[in-house]
Design a protein around this ligand. Structure first.
Ligand code: SF4
Length: 260
């Protein structure tokens, strides 16, 4: 499976995330919404009525969310929409399916790395195992922590193969909230799970940096180079701030709301 196969395809989904998830009035949402309650902007054709103006309308959270293709898979497996049959099962499956698809996305990102070709058989095996889990009718009973642990071992090995030995740049889990890192050399750095909220990384060199789980909310990435960055997801990029000069890996798209 390729990373490109694990993108949300809202046209083939019954708008599951617009119903299943909880909203709390905040900077991300202008309303409260309970899980299982359809969003007021969801149309009968399962399209969003304010898709072109989500941010101006205060629904920033929707522009950051990415289901990694979990929504359309549940819709396809269910066959009928939640409007035609009780949707509880679909709504409960979404968060689990999303996490399994996120793991598939990481494994695909790893498998696409030339430096990690020796790991491809194991990556393929793990990917096939998780794909089977996503097809189980009782997907909600999957042992997610165990699956995460198994996949993470492979991702760590991939990271080391791609980045090489970079002991000086180990910032794993670092609290870099609002840090002034403009133009710094973070090539091949380990930024796994780092808190980079509102950090200034304008013009920084982040090539081949491992960014898995890094919190990039409002991180300044204008002019930064993220070519080859590892495990960088669309959600992370959507939550950050960038511009036309930000260099991104081909596995993610430039967000429409970034400045030019
Ligand atoms: S605002 Fe649009 S995208 Fe967001 S939950 Fe509502 S219908 Fe879905």
């Amino acid at each position: 499976m390729l990373t490109g196969d694990l993108r949300a395809d809202c046209g083939n989904c019954f708008g599951l995330c617009c119903v299943a998830l909880t909203f709390s009035r905040s900077a991300d949402f202008p309303i409260d919404k309970a899980a299982g309650e359809p969003c007021r902007n969801l149309q009968t054709d399962f399209r969003c009525g304010i898709h072109q103006k989500l941010r101006p309308e205060g629904f920033q959270g929707c522009t950051v969310y990415d289901c990694f293709g979990a929504g359309q898979k549940i819709s396809r497996l269910a066959g009928k929409s939640w409007r035609e049959q009780p949707g509880q099962q679909m709504f409960e499956a979404l968060p689990i399916m999303r996490q399994l698809h996120e793991l598939l996305w990481y494994l695909a990102d790893a498998a696409e790395r030339e430096q990690a070709r020796s790991l491809r058989p194991q990556l393929q095996q793990a990917s096939e195992r998780i794909e089977k889990l996503t097809l189980r009718p009782d997907v909600t009973s999957v042992d997610l922590p165990e699956e995460r642990r198994l996949v993470n071992e492979l991702l760590l090995q991939t990271s080391q193969l791609v980045r090489g030995r970079q002991k000086k740049k180990d910032r794993r889990g670092a609290d870099l909230f609002g840090a002034k890192l403009r133009g710094v050399d973070l090539r091949s750095a380990n930024l796994r799970g780092a808190y980079l909220i509102a950090a200034d990384l304008r013009g920084a060199d982040l090539r081949q940096a491992d960014l898995i789980g890094a919190d990039l909310r409002d991180t300044r990435l204008e002019g930064a180079d993220l070519t080859g960055a590892l495990f960088l997801t669309q959600s992370q990029v959507n939550a950050a701030r960038g511009d036309s000069k930000t260099k991104l890996p081909p596995t993610v798209a430039r967000p429409a709301h970034w400045t030019t």
